[in-house]
Write a new protein. Sequence first.
Length: 331
Amino acid sequence: MEERLQAVLEDKGGTAVEDAKRIMVEGVESGDLRAALQYLAEHWQDPLRPALIALSCETVGGRPETTTPAATAMTLLCSCMNVYDNIMDRSRLRRFIPTLPEKFGSGLALIAAGLVTGKAFSVLQETSEKMAPAKCATVNRLFQEFLLKMSEAEAMNLRLRQEGEASAREKLQVLQMEAADIEACMKIGAAIGCGSQREIEQLGAYGSTLGTILRLREDLWCALNLTVELAQKIRDHNPPYVLTWAASHSQKARSLLSTLTRKERIEPNDIKEVVEVVFEEGAVEHIKELVEELASKSIQALPPLRKGECRSSLELVAGAQQYLLLKPLVL
């Protein structure tokens, strides 16, 4: 299943990824800025989003190759949002690799991300000029809605962090809001493929649910300290949803989280205790059940759509998540 999933993503999204990596460094010949852009291009490997745009287009009868420019723009934008997120969260590592702000400083990381954002909109503008006016307006609107939803999610996350006592329900709501990128990918692909409004909405519902699953997987990895950023998130009053959920169901977990939040230094033994509590209080089982439920829900959004190999691929992408919960694939 893992091999099949990887093959689908590479086949459908590989071209847009390579185009995005090339565009990131274009026009910058030397210096620290080029080094930062090369680093971003080297470590941002995201075939998922462009693959979903292509599959969504193909599902409604469109030609997937026509989505490559829009998928490239989405890939560029998501790479920038990842940089902004790392700056806000003060993340030092992602998948054991130093983040762009950690390696080059927040200032240069902001400059690089800003430049790439501009390039993304240039690609999108060139794409729009080749579309019929109605389709162009729809695609541009979907990109704008995506950026607005992601901004609202970040703003809510920032407010909860400042208040310092977010509930599990509020943390889950943020994760659901952050699924806007996957929802947008599905809607954009369907719009480019000339899908009906119903098909666009159905695929958007699939994307919203799948995006929530992916955020839950990433959140679980953080809660188990598999991303080596759990201590920082606790210190910043920004614990993962999984840990917040455990604290809402257990006095032991609640007391531990409260104690660690006040400590000047969180030791490895503290983190070990947190991970043990996450398992003891059933938080991992909770995520498994939630992901299974959401995977079923996302697949149920597909029946009204046309049959075909691309439909099977979308079922695979959603259905595989519950079996690959702790695999560093498709995050």
